[in-house]
Design a protein around this ligand. Structure first.
Ligand code: FAD
Length: 452
């Protein structure tokens, strides 16, 4: 269910174990890398973190070379970016890792091309899943409804041995499970009310050219507005601004510019926008709560049903994790199915999928609990969260300018190293005892040279 990133990658893995895998997708793919209504978030910046790059490359060997050949910008962190957090500029230390900042639509199109070439994978487009078949002990398939053509509105039964929910954050699995007498998953939620507004610009001044590929102001409890500009594959930049509940950024084009000017703490971005040419309207996005569906906990749930991607665990997008987790979940699915020591029961595989999202959840839920106005079933911070937050605050104060703490924290944010690596003795010493390294007083215009 769902032919976006999580569904495509899960299908690719399952095709090694099944005679036939059928992707059921509400949209049609005829527009290639064009926008489609089922993925409205594709209008907004999508960075592919290094954890996601490694996962995609391991699933689809040669994928990163294809991404580069398609001109997806590969941005060195923190060297290629001008970044600001809590009143301080980041040093542009030598590259510690890379992010890809090309469009979400292009990335999905490249994945889709590879996946749909698999001879065991079919796609049923322009079709909604509207219910489950089976009972609380086992799913036997799904109920489909055509969205267009002569058969529009017609329902039909589609039988399957395994149903995978990859229908994204708006999944209806709760209702469909309840309708067959099964229990829905307990939902953990944390919602800061963050809203995005994004617009494409073609730059004229050289501020975001050459050595400086992008710009970002990160949010924090003290500065809840975020914004920046990231390069796309066609030489334009996607400008984004975000704010929390009751101060959402506008989607009116003129007000968008005014909001960037008023809410961001430095004029760099709006000065650049003043000279740049807007090449799209502003688009908004508001559904950004962290939601985790705990199918791993006991309950009357059917065998033959798995959830992955955003349908299982979805994050506040400001941390840029969802695509990486979709790919890492497909790797977890592959590994769970290949494990010779264990029978891959629905429960075990579902646990492996949830585990693949654990670190990303810890990062986004952990930070959002301390944002003003956060609400939800998992929003309350306990004593352990407060202790972890105290240490993480010290990490964050240092990672802007301290190479050791910076590279340790970057690897965690990239989903390449476990959170426990922040407690390695050398990092703990730097975090607890080293004084703060000074940060630049103005936005740094060039990367620092690597030390010899
Ligand atoms: C504003 C925003 C910015 C983001 N930025 C980043 C970022 O910088 N980096 C990052 O890694 N991630 C980011 N994400 C997250 C990322 O978009 C998702 O995690 C990623 O797309 C994986 O999603 P998915 O495949 O699980 O679901 P989706 O991409 O949401 O796809 C769900 C699919 O299911 C289909 N569908 C839905 N219901 C049905 C149905 N009933 N029947 C048939 N088909 C159905 C939809 O048409 C769609 O194709 C961002 C998200 C948002 C909202």
């Amino acid at each position: 269910m769902g032919g976006s990133l999580a569904g495509l990658l899960a299908a690719y893995v399952l095709a090694e174990h099944a005679d036939r895998v059928t992707l059921v997708e509400r949209d049609r793919f005829e527009d290639g890398a064009g926008h489609r209504s089922g993925v409205p978030q594709a209008r907004h910046p999508h960075v592919l973190l290094e954890g996601g790059q490694l996962a995609l490359e391991s699933l689809l060997p040669g994928f990163l070379a294809e991404l580069r050949a398609a001109r997806a910008p590969r941005v060195g962190m923190p060297s290629d970016m001008v970044q600001w957090q809590d009143g301080r500029w980041f040093r542009r230390l030598p590259t510690m890792s890379h992010i890809y900042t090309g469009s979400r639509a292009q990335l999905e199109e490249l994945v889709r091309r590879r996946v749909l070439a698999h001879p065991a994978i079919d796609v049923v487009e322009g079709t909604d899943v509207v219910g489950f078949l089976g009972d609380a002990s086992r799913l036997r398939g799904v109920l489909l409804r055509d969205r267009s053509g002569a058969s529009r509105g017609k329902e039909r039964v589609f039988e399957a041995d395994l149903v995978v929910d990859a229908s994204g954050r708006g999944t209806k699995a709760r209702q469909w499970l309840e309708a067959i007498g099964a229990e829905a998953a307990h939902e953990e939620t944390i919602d800061t009310g963050l809203a995005y507004s994004s617009r494409v610009y073609r730059g004229k001044s050289g501020v975001l050219d050459g050595d400086t590929r992008g710009y970002y102001v990160y949010p924090s409890p003290a500065q809840t507005h975020a914004g920046g500009a990231l390069p796309l594959e066609d030489g334009t930049h996607l400008v984004i601004v975000s704010g929390l509940r009751d101060d959402e950024p506008p989607t009116d084009d003129e007000q968008f510019v005014a909001y960037v000017k008023k809410r961001l703490p430095h004029p760099l971005l709006h000065r650049w926008m003043d000279e740049a040419e807007p090449v799209s309207s502003a688009f908004g996005y508001r559904r950004t709560a962290n939601i985790r569906r705990r199918y791993d906990l006991p309950g009357r749930r059917p065998a033959g049903f798995l959830a992955t991607g955003d349908a299982l665990c979805t994050f506040n997008p400001v941390y840029g994790q969802g695509m990486a987790v979709a790919a890492m979940s497909a790797v977890a699915l592959r590994d769970a199915l290949a494990d010779p020591r264990r029978t891959p029961t629905t429960r075990r595989v579902q646990e492996a999928l949830l585990e693949a999202s654990q670190q990303a959840w810890d990062i986004s839920a952990g930070a959002d609990r301390f944002m003003p106005g956060a609400v939800g079933t998992a929003a309350a911070a306990g004593p352990a969260d407060r202790a972890a937050n105290w240490y993480l605050q010290r990490v964050m104060e240092r990672y802007l300018a301290d190479p050791l703490v910076g590279s340790a924290f970057r690897a965690v944010l990239d989903l390449c190293a476990p959170v426990t690596s922040l407690f390695a003795p050398s990092v703990v010493r730097a975090v607890l005892f080293r004084p703060l390294t000074p940060t630049p007083t103005e936005p740094p215009t060039a990367p620092e040279e690597p030390a010899v």
